[in-house]
Design a protein around this ligand. Structure first.
Ligand code: ADP
Length: 480
């Protein structure tokens, strides 16, 4: 590994780890900041607000249960349970009930001047309620005073005063601050440790994967993708391994393609050139020879045209730019027509194409494209069949459609090759020049059958021959 690569590796790992650590620490700080804000900054305000709320609630409870207010036991309970002094005065301001829970420190007991001053305030305030924070010398702390009128809506029956201590919470806040400082330090420490550990666990395999992916991008198909750290990284490693496998397959196929196509192009081109030169130099004046040479030129041009057409057609089938024109046709009649057209040529060359039809039955397909499938299969069967030169085409009606089989009596296909013969440009290594082919025939067959959604396959036995089949479907709704 070069120094540059080593540096890059270190930098990417370091930066990833740093980023993960920083994120964790930032998260910890945000959590700590929020804790601080809520506990320290908002606590006093929250305390006072809840104290006011609580005192208001006690007052409205007492006013609602005014009839019970006469029972000292009830009022005592409320005062003691809420640690609130209660004073009830009649409409003339004379005490009716008093309960001091501040050991003689209640601000209002016996303080008629303060009470009369507050009664005046009550009458002047719009809601008929007074809420004040007053410092109490006896208990030496602020207290909250709430005063309100006891009335039935039309007549004033008296006045209710509540007085509760506002405990100084500065000591609580100071204690909380201390506690929070410790908690924040601990959070930071634990957060950093977790961040270091997790970033290490995450970044190491990811950095390794990134470098392996770089090697793969440069064309090294022997790169190993190792997972680790977490499930997602393992999944990524598996996906990259799969991608590598597929890329390597495509690469091999492309190499094969270059070899096959260049071989298939070079041969006819060489022959075209050779025969053109022969016509120019030798046979130009001899009509018989010239015609023979021109015939060869025409045949080789046809071979080239077939190759180029196959390549174009296949790409059209595969990228979906060709749409099927499907309709119902009679399978037996359609197959009979195709085989009839072969008769003249095949018999001239000594081949026998035997057709076994079944009962007439409709199938739903694009007849022109499906004819291409049948022709490709018959051409292959003719090319690869045995010395007897027999090819058998059979129509077998099934409950769902029609199975069409094309059988030859050739050498058969080895088991490990069967899964590859439908691949683009695959041609068996031992194919002979006289077996004209582009290695695209079966890929076109597969593309057309897939477009139709028909099942297809091949069964082959070494030394006995092969059966290529597909199953065309009936028009939907048609009974078997
Ligand atoms: P081509 O026939 O042009 O080589 P195909 O795609 O039609 O291309 O076939 C791919 C390969 O499959 C052939 O090269 C041959 O090895 C094998 N193959 C196809 N049909 C048969 C057959 N009937 N018998 C034996 N091998 C066959």
């Amino acid at each position: 590994m070069s120094i540059k690569e080593l540096r890059q590796r270190f930098q990417s790992r370091f930066s990833m780890q740093t980023r993960i650590c920083m994120s964790f620490i930032a998260f910890t700080l945000i959590v700590a900041g929020l804790l601080w804000f809520f506990e320290i900054i908002l606590l006093p305000g929250f305390y006072y607000t809840s104290k006011i709320e609580q005192t208001r609630e006690i007052a409205s409870d007492l006013l609602r249960n005014y009839e019970n207010a006469g029972y000292a036991g009830y009022l005592d309970n409320v005062a003691v349970n809420n640690q609130t002094c209660i004073s009830i005065l009649d409409e003339f301001g004379r005490p009716v009930y008093e309960r001091d829970v501040m050991s003689g420190g209640c601000l209002l007991h016996g303080k008629s001047s303060t009470l009369f001053y507050l009664i005046g305030e009550i009458h002047n305030s719009p809601g008929g309620i007074v809420l004040k924070s007053i410092y109490n010398d006896t208990i030496q702390m602020d207290t909250l005073v709430l005063g309100t009128i006891i009335s039935d809506g039309s007549k004033v029956h008296g006045y209710l005063f509540l007085n509760t201590a506002l405990e100084p919470i500065s000591s609580t806040v100071a204690l909380l601050q201390k506690l929070l400082r410790v908690i924040i330090m601990l959070l930071l420490l634990i957060g950093t440790l977790i961040a270091l550990y997790s970033s290490q666990r995450l970044s190491v395999p990811i950095v390794k994967l990134t470098h392996s992916a770089h090697r793969l991008a440069k064309g090294d198909f022997n790169t190993r993708f190792e997972g680790g750290g977490c499930r997602e990284v393992d999944e990524l490693a598996r996906t990259l391994t799969y991608a590598e496998h597929e890329l390597s397959r495509v690469d091999t196929m492309q190499r094969d393609l270059m070899a096959n196509v260049s071989h298939d192009l070079r041969t006819p081109l060489t022959m075209l050139k050779a025969y053109a030169e022969m016509i120019r130099d030798l046979s130009g004046d001899n009509p018989e020879k010239r015609n023979a040479h021109l015939q060869i030129i025409i045949e080789e041009t046809d071979r080239l045209t077939a190759l180029v057409n196959d390549i174009l057609d296949l790409s059209k089938f595969e990228n979906g730019s060709l749409k099927l024109e499907q309709r119902s046709i009679d399978a037996a009649e359609w197959l009979g027509d195709i085989i009839g057209r072969y008769k003249g040529v095949s018999e001239k060359m000594g081949y026998h194409i035997h057709f076994t039809p079944d009962e007439p039955v409709q199938i739903f397909c694009d007849p022109a494209r499906l004819e291409r499938v049948v022709c490709n299969l018959i051409n292959n069967a003719v090319n690869y069949t045995g010395e007897d030169k027999n090819v058998f085409v059979t129509q077998i009606n099934t409950p769902t459609g029609v199975r069409i089989e094309v059988r030859d009596t050739g050498e058969g296909i080895e088991e490990d090759k069967i899964c590859r013969i439908f691949d683009k440009y695959y041609r068996s290594e031992n194919h002979k020049r006289e077996v004209v082919g582009t290695g695209l025939g079966l890929s076109i067959v597969k593309a057309i059958l897939k477009l139709h959604g028909f099942d297809f396959g091949v069964q082959s036995k070494i030394g006995e021959g092969s059966v290529f089949w597909f199953e065309a479907r009936r028009p939907s709704g048609q009974p078997a």
